[in-house]
Write a protein that binds this ligand. Structure first.
Ligand code: NDP
Ligand code: GDR
Length: 375
């Protein structure tokens, strides 16, 4: 027998999750669909949307080991249907059929496309895959949305595309919405494609689709091979005596670093406007990697020069030297502004990573893990 494809209207046993009308006297919650929910931004966005009473559905990809660490604290067993505010479903941006199927089942009001092979240096190693997920993946999701709207008439659905300051590449700062793109990596070129696919679907099909052009944003949940987290993990472990050196690449690159928790608010704000548009989101303050090192090591009483070694392997074939955003449009139109500044961000990350290193030390001392096993 052939299994039936699930119908348009969700058969979720939770009456709050029905699509038409409300339960009791309360208005129905908005429904959000997030790709990349297991990533740094996905976890903060999920917390934000749940605090605004959304029902959040996340698409996760299959992996041989668990990839839900950043959202485990939000997860409630879906059998507990009345309490579960977040549901996870298997899909992949490389699988168009999975994207269309989940749109038809979940019937979201808002879609946040955060999924990506998001590491710039790695994109030089796996350019084909990066383009497939970052560029064509966005196209697959937009096309799934277009055909979903055409089949269901749900033209109110809004779409957010996670664009990047990497698209500006070698164009000098300050970078705003009108600054020309000059991407410097397969990742950045792919993000430019995703950006223009989004603009094109907005113009061609009148889909409410927005590009957020976000500058670097970090947090204690940042992936451990991005430079900020790599540094703060090392600071924590060096401070606690678990390692003595960290190997880095180009220390002279400048980045406009903000806090991820602030940036997901801008994503949400873009989708609450009357008209879809594109926005730069940035702190308008820029620092070199060396300045990040200086603040992070000094905060725990260490001198970075005694612990950092340069390894050529971390240099990129083409580098982005200087990013500093002009976020005046987001400030004016969205009313958005960052709450966490550079020093506060660095200290927040160091505090968390010193705490993490202390917990690691307990396991090392008890013989459960090897101190040499660096993250
Ligand atoms: P992360 O790398 O932390 O998260 C990426 C997410 O995408 C993860 O959930 C990952 O799943 C998922 N993913 C990767 N490949 C696929 C795939 N083939 N199908 C489905 N899901 C996939 O990124 P961030 O949270 O930092 O960034 C979110 C988005 O914003 C990304 O698109 C990134 O490129 C973009 N961006 C980020 C900026 C930043 O400074 N953080 C700045 C500007 C843009 P898994 O957990 O299984 O790996
Ligand atoms: P970026 O972030 O490339 O800006 O992309 P990353 O932290 O990887 O690099 C920032 C700068 O630091 C330099 N650098 C190193 N980088 C890494 N990862 N590891 C090192 O050891 C190291 N040493 C020096 C880099 O050369 C670079 O100049 C991030 C990602 O989140 C993207 O997905 C996002 O689109 C952009 O930010 C905005």
């Amino acid at each position: 027998t052939i299994k039936q494809i699930p119908p348009f209207v969700s058969k979720s046993p939770n009456p709050n999750w029905q699509q038409n009308g409300s339960t009791g006297n309360s208005p129905r919650s908005k429904i959000a669909l997030i790709t990349g929910i297991t990533g740094q931004d996905g976890s903060y966005l999920t917390e934000l949307l749940i605090s605004k009473n959304y029902e959040v559905h996340g698409l996760i990809r299959r992996s041989s080991s668990f990839n839900t660490q950043r959202i485990n604290h939000i997860y409630i067993d879906p059998h507990n249907t009345y309490r579960a505010k977040m549901k996870l479903h298997y899909a992949d941006l490389s699988d168009a059929s999975s994207l269309r199927r989940w749109l038809d089942i979940i019937l979201p009001d808002e879609i946040y496309n955060l999924a990506a092979q998001s590491h710039v240096a790695v994109s030089f190693e796996i350019p084909d895959y990066t383009a497939d997920v970052v560029a064509t993946g966005a196209l697959r999701l937009l096309e799934a949305l277009r055909s979903h709207i055409s089949a269901t008439g749900r033209s109110h659905v809004k779409y957010y595309q996670a664009g990047s300051s990497e698209m500006f590449g070698s164009t000098p700062p300050p970078q705003s919405e009108s600054t020309p793109f000059h991407p410097r990596s397969p990742y950045a070129v792919s993000k430019c494609s995703a950006h223009w696919y989004t603009v094109n679907y907005r113009e061609a099909y009148e889909i409410f689709a927005c590009n957020g052009i976000l500058f670097n944003h970090e947090s204690p949940r940042r992936g451990e091979n991005f430079v900020t987290r790599k540094i703060t993990r090392a600071v924590g472990r060096i401070k606690i005596g678990l390692q003595s050196k960290v190997f880095l690449g180009n220390l002279q690159a400048s980045r406009d670093w903000g806090f991820a928790g602030d940036y997901v608010e801008a994503m949400w704000m873009m989708l609450q406007q009357e008209k879809p548009d594109d926005y730069v989101v940035a702190t308008e303050d820029s620092h070199t990697v060396e300045e990040f090192l200086e603040v992070a090591f000094r905060y725990v009483g260490l001198n970075w020069k005694e612990h950092v070694e340069i390894d050529k392997r971390y240099f990129r074939p083409t580098e982005v030297d200087n990013l500093k955003g002009d976020a005046s449009k987001a400030k004016k139109v969205l009313g958005w502004k960052p709450k966490v500044g550079f020093e506060q961000l660095v200290k927040m990350m160091v505090d968390e990573d010193v705490g993490l290193a202390k917990r690691e030390k307990v396991l090392v001392d008890a013989g459960y893990i090897d101190a040499q096993q660096q993250p």
